[in-house]
Design a protein around this ligand. Structure first.
Ligand code: PXP
Length: 266
């Protein structure tokens, strides 16, 4: 059985964080996106937060106008953001939960609790031909609801697993890992395309690349930090190599869930 390719989406939010620290034009997240693509990124992710703490409206418009690879527009499910997404027409919209006081996107979207509000929202994006992804925890009820809401894609929140793995909390890391493994298999069995992201570094990206059900990783913070030392192009190449090693390790391992044929195409 052929294993689907694994795409790398590079999140450029924190290039904008750095730029905004001084309020000028540099460093430019669009330049970062172009550099990442030249080095092998398959797509670019950017999160337009309500407080515009990093990416701004103009960045999103420039990204859409400039880059040659798919743009994944992360946003909260609000009427304002829907208007901006429909005007921008990115390849994909990833719906994320958002609280102003959080440092980063701390948990998954509660699609079970918010399914009434999300249903027309997702339908509107589907009608517009924008691929909808729901950023959720690897929780069976959330995954089942994502399928019921006709979202074509989910992105599994890997933050809790990555934090536990990086901090050396082995039992917790293993429990979180098993949730991701089972969640990815369940999602595929429901016909969902499965992405993953949050907190990934070279080690965790290599490991999760060994799950054939997952066809895209979205990675930002760690890569932008690494780029300070070795440059963004080199960081993308190293991340790509880590993902390729993980993918290769699949070999003849049995794969859970439904057929994975045809996956991995943007
Ligand atoms: N995917 C989603 C949906 C996110 O919200 C984020 C963080 O903005 C990422 C991926 C990337 O996470 P990190 O910056 O920790 O790599």
């Amino acid at each position: 059985m052929s294993v689907p390719p694994l795409r790398l989406g590079v999140n450029v939010d924190h290039v904008a964080t750095l730029r905004n620290a001084r309020g000028g034009r540099n460093p430019d997240p669009v330049r970062a996106a172009l550099t990442a693509i030249e080095a092998g990124a398959d797509g670019i992710t950017a999160h337009l937060r309500e407080d515009r703490r990093h990416i701004r409206d103009d960045d999103m418009a420039r990204l859409k106008a400039t880059i040659s690879k798919p743009l994944n527009f992360e946003m909260a499910a609000t009427a304002d953001m829907l208007g901006i997404a429909l005007a921008t027409r990115p390849h994909a919209v990833c719906l994320v939960p958002e609280r102003r006081e959080e440092l980063t996107t701390e948990g998954g979207l509660d699609v079970v609790g918010q399914h009434h509000a999300l249903k027309p929202f997702i339908a509107r994006l589907n009608e517009a031909g924008i691929r909808v992804s729901l950023f959720i925890a690897a929780d069976p009820s959330q995954i089942e609801m994502a399928a019921e809401l006709h979202a074509p894609v989910i992105e599994l929140h890997t933050g809790a697993w990555c934090d536990a793995a990086t901090d050396g909390h082995e039992a917790k890391a293993e429990a979180e890992w098993q949730r991701i493994v089972k969640g990815a298999a369940l999602a595929r069995s429901k016909g969902l395309e499965v992405h993953a992201g949050h907190g990934l570094d070279y080690i965790t990206a290599e490991k999760i690349a060994g799950l054939a059900e997952i066809t895209e990783l979205n990675i930002g913070y760690y890569m932008i930090g690494e780029a300070l030392f070795v440059g963004l192009g080199e960081t993308v190449r190293m991340m790509r190599a880590a993902m390729d090693r993980g993918r290769k390790s699949i070999g003849d391992k049995p794969i859970g869930g439904k057929s994975i044929e045809g996956l991995g195409k943007a």
